[in-house]
Design a protein around this ligand. Structure first.
Ligand SMILES: Nc1nc2c(ncn2[C@@H]2O[C@H](COP(=O)(O)OP(=O)(O)OP(=O)(O)O)[C@@H](O)[C@H]2O)c(=O)[nH]1
Length: 615
């Protein structure tokens, strides 16, 4: 332990814990870079853009660090302070994790682009910060830009934060202008952490990542007592105990330390191999004489959106399983279980926090594991109460219960949309068509509004964000959070080929939209499925009632009919070609459906939401 001889625990009154919250692209990473540079944590020559974002250097060092949670020394009035800058995931899918990260802080820098003003994620994060009682330091960034209008946006920002426009700081993260003054303000305005140094230790986990070499690295903020190496600890939500192999701080590389005291932020390593054993939001205490009350109510991450993932090539199934298991090591929120689809074969029913989570996961499976996947249309979780009082939780349309349903509940969200006021009409029209209910509307400045809607999650996960963007020429920003459930008139629409239901195409939709879904799917499939030797009716049905129908007419001749005469090689070639093609066919009853038809029919382009613009 001699290497730690020069270290002591930092007195809480010299500690400031803060985070930076901002809408995407408003300059959070650039500001963090400047802070690293200004505090001397990263030397000038080692500095490069977005230092903290780089995963490759983290890998090279054999430890996956989230350097975003970094310790910065800063002197104010001749006293050396320790600032912990804590990064937040920042996307709506991870709201719970954001709120845990916020809880590890006493203050936050609310960063807004001085040429753009407040956006939906600015507000969403601000509300979370307010719920956590954080001191908010409003800051306008990019004041070096010619298009910046700091006076206008200082008013906007002051209005929502509830302060005077003069209290809004102005910086340029790019040039560094005002960043030193901002750090001074962090020390002055953000309260020092309070905690009981003599109490049994309690530390909150606000992040945990899996590292190939070290196992899980857990990021904690100590509230009471202290955490020291070699100590045995207990996770309060599971009662699992571990020995602490290493405790340290990050500045900006991980450095082992004598331990972490009240108010300090750092990491710990126990050798566990799975992030689900070190869960965000859980409380760490000592195994013996530990605390009895966990810090905040721990909440298991709950999947909100489900989708079936199937390998295009059925023989990839074991690879897909292994890949999902690997991803789960670093993603406590990802759930999956095997499922079989008559149409798509063997695959997995996967649960995600939201659409972005789904897209990221799918992307990683395809890129990192070389898989080719079909994903079924995403759906939310429904609660169905039957007339006899039994209840079903439906995460897959094929589990939709037959029989007499008394009530069906769907998850709803509170949405915030911010856009130029010219688009109010277009936005309202769109939201109404998605069963949205207007909750309120406020002007942020004379030409920008905030609209608040209550909207079913099931409607948002389809093409809502794309539609919003196209109706507002990209100017609208959207954020939403879950907000309970409501009963709704929902039905299951089945798609039948020659009378056989194709499970992969079933969907649960509002009664009023059943017809639209049915006709769209039926006509899409008519385009996608080639003619067969016989006529194939395509039907959309709700229960036994057919609501739409298309027909694929029979093929008149078979392929060999064209081969007259004795050209045997040509005949053989044709037969072989047909056999090749058959491999990529799936049989639905007697109907051959090419793999591509499934991919195209389920493609998210016009049936699933893509909201890549958000973070
Ligand atoms: N002119 C100017 N550009 C800036 C300033 N700060 C950031 N930028 C630019 O704005 C863009 C977004 O900055 P980032 O730091 O990546 O923003 P972010 O909020 O971290 O974005 P994400 O990490 O993608 O959420 C980059 O092109 C930066 O170079 C500034 O003060 N002035």
């Amino acid at each position: 332990m001699s290497t730690f001889a020069d270290q002591t625990f930092t007195p809480p009154e010299l500690i400031r814990n803060f985070c930076i919250i901002a809408h995407i692209d408003h300059g959070k990473s650039t500001l963090a870079d400047r802070m690293l540079q200004l505090t001397g944590v990263v030397e000038e020559r080692a500095m490069r853009a977005q230092y903290l974002d780089r995963m490759d250097i983290e890998r090279e060092r054999g430890i996956t660090i989230k350097a975003q949670n970094v310790r910065l020394p800063w002197q104010v009035d001749g006293r050396d302070h320790v600032l912990h800058m804590i990064d937040t995931p920042g996307h709506v899918d991870f709201t719970y994790e954001v709120s845990r990260a916020l809880e590890a802080c006493e203050g936050t820098v609310l960063l807004v682009d001085a040429a753009q003003g407040i956006e939906a994620q600015t507000l969403a994060n601000l509300y979370l910060a307010m719920e956590n009682d954080l001191t908010i330091i409003p800051v306008l960034n990019k004041i070096d830009l010619p298009a910046a209008d700091p006076d206008k946006y200082a008013k906007e920002l002051a209005h929502i934060v509830g302060c005077e426009p003069e209290e809004v700081l102005r910086v340029s993260a790019k040039t560094g202008l005002g960043v030193g003054a901002l750090l001074d303000e962090v020390v002055k305005r953000v309260p020092a952490p309070v905690g009981d140094a003599d109490a049994p230790p309690r530390a909150m986990i606000f992040d945990s990542v899996y590292d190939t070499y070290r196992g899980v690295v857990t990021y904690i903020r100590v509230v009471d007592g202290k955490i020291t190496p070699r100590q045995r600890i207990r996770m309060m939500s599971t009662n699992a105990t571990h020995e602490l192999l290493e405790v340290g701080i990050i500045s900006p590389e991980p450095k082992p330390s004598v331990g972490l005291g009240v108010g300090e932020v750092g990491y710990l390593i126990t050798g566990v191999k799975d992030v689900r054993q070190s869960k965000v939001g859980d409380t760490v205490t000592a195994e013996k004489h530990g605390a009895t009350q966990p810090l905040a109510g721990y909440r298991e991450p709950r999947p909100m959106v489900y989708s079936g993932l199937y390998p295009v090539d059925g023989s990839d199934y074991p690879i897909l399983r292994e890949a999902l298991e690997k991803l789960q090591l670093n993603d406590a929120a990802l759930t999956f279980e095997p499922e079989t689809s008559a149409a798509l074969g063997f695959g997995f029913r996967c649960g995600f926090l939201g659409l972005l989570h789904l897209e990221i996961t799918r992307d990683r499976l395809e890129r990192e594991f070389g898989l080719d996947l079909i994903s079924t249309a995403p759906n939310v979780v429904y609660r169905v109460v039957m007339e006899d009082g039994t209840e079903h939780v439906v995460t897959n349309p094929s589990d939709w219960p037959d029989g007499k349903r008394a009530e069906v509940y769907e998850p709803v969200t509170k949405c915030t949309i911010i856009a130029p006021s010219d688009y109010i009409g277009a936005i309202m029209e769109l939201c109404q068509s998605k069963r949205g209910q207007l909750g309120g509307m406020d002007y942020l400045s004379e030409d920008r509004v905030e609209l608040r809607y209550t909207m079913p999650l099931g409607e948002i996960i389809f093409d809502f964000f794309d539609a919003l963007k196209s109706r507002t020429r990209g100017y609208a920003s959207l954020d939403y959070e879950e907000s309970g459930e409501q009963d709704a008139d929902l039905v299951k629409v089945d798609i039948l080929l020659q009378g056989e239901p194709v499970d992969a195409f079933s969907a649960i939709v509002h009664k009023d939209y059943a017809y639209a879904y049915g006709t769209k799917m039926a006509s899409k499939l008519r385009e996608l499925i080639p003619r067969q030797q016989f006529e194939v009716p395509i039907q959309a049905a709700v229960g036994a009632r057919v609501i739409a129908r298309e027909t694929i007419r029979a093929m008149r001749k078979d392929v060999l009919a064209k081969c007259y005469g004795g050209d045997i090689t040509r005949k053989r070639k044709l037969l072989e070609k047909q056999k090749e093609g058959k491999k990529r066919m799936k049989m639905v009853g007697r109907v051959e459906v090419p793999q591509e038809a499934f991919v195209a029919a389920l493609s998210t382009d016009d049936s699933g939401g893509k909201d890549k613009g958000r973070k």
